[in-house]
Design a binder for this molecule. Structure first.
Ligand code: HEC
Ligand code: HEC
Length: 477
């Protein structure tokens, strides 16, 4: 539960919220398949199919698509694209010369295949050594395979940024960034302001996968590439012919057009349901009545949900939404929980430097807006057990450490923050003038000497529960 910028928010109903775009495990539904066309940059495909512009007409069409969109989409882009899906369906034979549904699917299929090649191709980087997959390993929920707090990159492969690489799974459900988020699923009360919500990256600074992919490709401490380098790499790649076939014979003549196409293909690949949002964890099987949780796992789940114990589900939603969409284990809210400064990071050698999340320095549009300082987007906890570094600065390396932080941040702060001359430097990564932004709801509602919200045995069971969120569960394991 986030204490919004607008004051205390209603506490009931949040456990129902969060599946903004659904992400229902029914990839074949028209609303679902086409939902991502617009949201994830297939504007070009949608346009060439003779569809209306992706961003247009959302409110007007919301009513007629309600029934077939299957899950009340909170995102206007999704509403728009659901409407378009219907239009496409209604025009199967394409009498007016637009693309048929089959042709649209074929374009998506081609683009997905190309996106996959690009995702794994280190030749797109300046060093020739770094692919998207180097930091986002498919075997680790598309998070890093190693336990470094921040990954190595740049032309010499020795440079580092300030943030841990997140999982790329379940991002389809992240709504576009909004300073004031009103969710349609919140007990039907859209007047509830959930505060800043959504957007990609830890600070929510971009909304679409393509805009996001631009960041690591061009960043001097990540892939350190350029449109020209990317184009040269693709010309020399085994998939050059496929790239031309998908984007046009002359696409590689223009660096800018090629770069745009690359971003679009990556974005499309990241929307492959079976890879990125399979909903195949033990917990999903449990929700579907097809698996039982062990006693420890079940106890962990209870503690996770219990408002007086973990209270985790108030931000990391664990229940299906009212329309039955599976939980995303995030409400996508941006919130400050006072993660300690990671003194191992190169950027933090400068005592004046702070990564303040939404108010900068990586994000620039909310600069100087004090109420946005120190807030980071709540990550999904699906596949979190596959991660080896946790929180935006990668400071912790095990779930036990994270759980201890939640349980004892306020009861025993000296365990997490530096102690100088006997005095605990609490919230050492957030200047004092922003402390009003810090969350103080359970388990963060205590003071030194109080009983921690969770004891050792409870933490153990919660870790057991978090392990049920890993995709790829097979009955009998
Ligand atoms: C050097 C490591 C590295 C490489 C290479 C890299 N990323 Fe990332 N990725 C990160 C980090 C770190 C973040 C978080 C950035 C932030 O919050 O500012 C991130 C964030 C993301 C996100 C947003 C996730 C979220 O939770 O919102 C997406 C999507 C993504 N990367 C896709 C890609 C793609 C596509 C490529 C290849 C073009 C790529 N990444 C290459 C490290 C990397
Ligand atoms: C007030 C909202 C809120 C509550 C309550 C909350 N979290 Fe979080 N959680 C966050 C935010 C925000 C982050 C990212 C913080 C950052 O990196 O600065 C996070 C990060 C995490 C991470 C790290 C994930 C990663 O990919 O690095 C784990 C694990 C986690 N939370 C588990 C829990 C558990 C377990 C509980 C209950 C004990 C809990 N959270 C309660 C908001 C919350």
């Amino acid at each position: 539960m986030r204490l919004g910028l607008t004051g205390i928010r209603k506490t009931a109903g949040r456990a129902q919220a969060g599946a903004a775009q659904g992400g229902r495990a029914e990839p074949a539904s028209a609303g679902f398949a086409f939902g991502f066309l617009c949201r994830f940059g297939l504007a070009a495909v949608a346009a060439s199919a003779g569809l209306a512009g992706c961003d247009s007409g959302a409110p007007a069409v919301a009513a007629d698509v309600g029934a077939s969109a299957q899950h009340a989409p909170a995102n206007p882009l999704v509403v728009a694209s659901a409407a378009q899906a219907l239009k496409v369906a209604a025009r199967e034979a394409a009498p007016d010369g637009g693309q048929t549904r089959a042709q649209v699917y074929e374009s998506v299929r081609k683009m997905t295949a190309l996106g996959k090649q690009l995702f794994f191709d280190p030749s797109l980087s300046g060093s020739g050594k770094l692919a998207c997959a180097s930091c986002h390993s498919p075997d680790h929920g598309f998070a890093p395979a190693n336990a470094l707090s921040v990954q190595l990159g740049g032309n010499d492969m020795h440079r580092t940024g300030m943030r841990a690489a997140p999982t790329l799974k379940y991002l389809q459900a992240v709504p576009a960034f909004a300073e004031h988020y009103h969710e349609s699923d919140d007990e039907g009360d859209e007047s509830v302001d959930a505060g800043p919500t959504g957007g990609l990256t830890w600070d929510g600074r971009v909304d679409r996968g393509g805009d996001q992919a631009r960041i690591p490709l061009l960043s001097s401490f990540e892939m350190g590439s350029s449109p020209a380098k990317v184009t040269a790499a693709i010309k020399a790649a085994p998939y050059a012919a496929d790239f031309r076939a998908a984007f046009g014979e002359h696409i590689l003549d223009s660096d800018d057009a090629t770069f745009k196409a690359v971003l679009q293909a990556l974005e499309t690949f990241e929307q492959t349901p079976g890879l990125f949002y399979p909903y195949s964890s033990k917990y999903d099987a449990y929700l579907a009545g097809k698996a039982q949780l062990s006693r420890a796992e079940l106890h962990g789940l209870q503690l996770f949900n219990d408002e007086k114990k973990g209270n985790c589900a108030s931000c990391h939603i664990s229940q299906r939404s009212r329309d039955g969409a599976p939980p995303q284990f995030s409400d996508f809210g941006l919130i400050a929980i006072g993660v300690p400064r990671n003194r191992a990071l190169a950027v933090n050698r400068d005592p004046r430097f702070y990564d303040l999340g939404a108010c900068g320095p990586e994000r620039t549009d909310l600069k100087g807006r004090a109420e946005f300082c120190g807030i980071f987007r709540t990550p999904t906890l699906r596949n979190v057990a596959l991660k080896k570094s946790f929180f935006h600065n990668g400071i912790y390396h095990s779930l036990e450490e994270v759980l201890h932080f939640y349980a004892e941040r306020d009861t025993n702060p000296g365990k997490f923050y530096p102690v100088v001359k006997g005095k605990v430097q609490k919230f050492d990564d957030l200047p004092k003038r922003y402390w009003a932004n810090l969350n103080t709801e359970p388990p963060f509602d205590r003071k030194p000497g109080d009983q921690p919200a969770l004891d050792e045995a409870e933490i153990k069971d919660m870790v057991a529960f978090l392990n049920t969120l890993t995709d790829g569960y097979k009955a009998g394991h």
